[in-house]
Every structure is written in C-alpha cells, then in structure tokens.
Ligand binder design. Structure first.
Ligand code: NAP
Length: 281
C-alpha cells in the first residue's frame, strides 16, 4: 500500500489562517522582533520567511539587522530593550550567531515570556515537566502533523534519530508526554539501524542525506523527516531515502513541504500565545 504523504505545506496554511483569525480578535496586534546578526545567506532566507509569515498572520513584524562585528554588549542591550517593549510579544535571535558572540548568554537574556523559540532554560524546564508555555517550533510542528492525521503516539514505539537541544531532545519529550515509548539515538548509538526498524513512529533529525534506508523502516511505520540537507546537486532533501521508505511506511513527510513549513507555522502560534499572555487573554 502506498504511504499517505503528510502535507506540511497545506497544514501550515491552515495553522496560519487559524492564528490570524485569533490574532485579529485581540485588542493589539501580536508583535514579533527578529534579530539577525551578520550576513549569513541561509539566515537571511529564514528571516525573510518569518517576515512573510507575520504579514500573513496580521502581526507586527520588526527586523533588527546588525553588522557581523556587533559586540556581545550591544546585542544584549538590544535584547534588553525588546524585553521592555509593550508592543513586542516574541523575540527571536536568529542562530547561528557569528563567531565571538556567546549564544547561550544571549538566549538566557530573552524574557522567557517572549521566548517564542522555546530555547530559554525556563521554557525547556517547563517542557520537561510537561507544562510548556510554548511548543518548541520544530517538534511542536511534528506533533501538530501527527494530530492532524489522527496518529496517536500513545503506546507506540517512537524512535528519534538525533539528540540536539532544538530538535531531538524536545521531540523525545513531546512524544513521551503523548504516551509514546521513546528511544533516542545519536552518533554513539551502535545499533541505530535495528532500533529504527523497530519504530512505529520514526523521526529523523540528524542532517545526513541517505541515512535512513528502506531496511530501517518497519512495514506500516510513520516516517517523519525533519532534516534539511542539500544533496550533491544542491537540491533540498532529508535524511530519509524517500522512495524506499515510502514503499513501506503508512505515512511519510516529504522534504521540502513537510516539517519545514510547520516549524514556521508554530513560531506564529507561539507568538500568538505570547500576545495572549501579555494581553491577559
Ligand atoms: P545537530 O545539532 O547537528 O544534531 C544532529 C544530531 O544527529 C546529533 O544529536 C548527533 O549526535 C546526531 N547524529 C550525527 N550523526 C549521526 C549518525 N550517523 N547516527 C545517528 N545520529 C547521528 O542538528 P539539528 O540542529 O538537530 O538538525 C538536524 C537536522 O534537522 C538538520 O538537517 C537540520 O537542517 C534540520 N532541521 C530542520 C528543521 C525544520 O524546520 N525542518 C528545523 C531544525 C533543524 P551527537 O549528539 O552524538 O553528536
């Protein structure tokens, strides 16, 4: 049986329409400030995408493009100003920061109530105890996809490949909170292929093209490919050998058009959540 393709692009459009409908009912527009330091081309593309998302959702969007030689003190000072602004609900500092800037210190400086990326240790802690204020955008987007396609992780074996702080770890936590039985694999996992092949829900977030081959996919598994890699031809692709996996999976996400758009949608949802909190909603 051919796998059902999980259409992240279409789901993200719906998600943003819902966000917009709630946003226009608030006394004040939700406001998102995006801080970009330096001129990394990939970061610029992401920031432009976030601006468009804000327009679609009817948000106030503000961009702070700083030169690559910005000092730590200058960046911290900007974050402090944005923390104090009544019209800004969410603050996003685009990562990676140029060498010489201390990312941890900058993320720690963001007011947790405006930390719409859900990177601040306060919000990570809330997530760990199952009481998140914000959903981490990429794993949160994956959970939305599962919900929309009526895929319930409860009682399922969920295998997550990758343990980064922004994807793998929070992904495992969200699946665990949804009553999945979670196994997290990483570069030191010796039997990753076997573990992957036992998964009812397999999430790959490693960043290695061709990592997940057909033999690592159980018949009828749900396959979520978080990765955004470039293949030899410069084309965007994931970790999963798509055709091989799709031949065995029940559901699968494409790259592009899968997790990526949902990540952006979740950022809008988190900014709306922050705006509601700040406006007493
Ligand atoms: P990362 O910080 O580089 O983490 C990669 C993880 O993969 C690490 O935990 C690493 O293990 C593990 N790993 C590396 N080689 C492995 C191997 N051979 N077998 C098993 N595990 C291995 O990357 P990330 O930021 O989490 O991103 C992962 C991928 O998702 C990238 O392709 C990125 O572009 C993509 N991404 C997509 C979105 C989206 O919106 N779709 C958002 C964020 C990221 P160790 O911890 O042992 O080193």
């Amino acid at each position: 049986m051919a796998a059902t393709i999980i259409d992240g692009k279409a789901l993200a459009v719906r998600l943003k329409e819902n966000v917009r409908a709630e946003a226009v009912a608030l006394p004040r527009k939700p406001g998102l400030a995006v801080v970009l330091v330096g001129d990394d081309p990939a970061s610029r593309v992401y920031v432009n995408g976030k601006r468009r998302d804000c327009e679609e959702c009817g948000f106030l969007s503000e961009e702070h493009a700083l030169p690559a030689d910005t000092t730590q003190a200058e960046l911290l000072n900007l974050v402090k100003q944005l923390n104090g602004r009544g019209d800004i609900d969410g603050i996003l500092v685009q990562l990676p920061l140029p060498k010489g800037l201390n990312e941890k210190e900058v993320l720690l400086a963001i007011d947790p109530a405006k930390d719409v990326d859900c990177f601040h240790p306060f919000n990570v802690g809330r997530l760990a105890i199952g009481e998140p204020v914000f959903q981490p955008c990429t794993p949160g987007g994956v959970m939305e996809m599962l919900r929309e396609y009526h895929i319930d992780p409860a009682g399922k074996r969920c295998v997550v490949l990758g343990r980064s702080n922004i994807v793998g770890k929070p992904m495992g936590m969200l699946l665990l909170h949804a009553n999945g039985t979670v196994v997290t694999c990483h570069s030191k996992t010796p039997d990753m292929a076997q573990l992957a092949a036992s998964a009812d829900i397999l999430v790959s977030a490693v960043g290695k093209t061709g990592l997940v081959t057909g033999d690592m996919v159980k018949e009828g598994a749900v396959v979520i490919d978080v990765a955004m890699n470039r293949n030899g031809l410069g084309k965007l692709c994931g970790d999963v050998c798509y055709e091989e996996a799709a031949a065995k999976a029940s559901y699968i996400t494409p790259v592009p058009g899968g997790v990526g758009p949902m990540t952006r949608g979740m950022l809008m949802k988190n900014t709306l959540t922050a705006a509601k909190l700040h406006q007493g909603g």
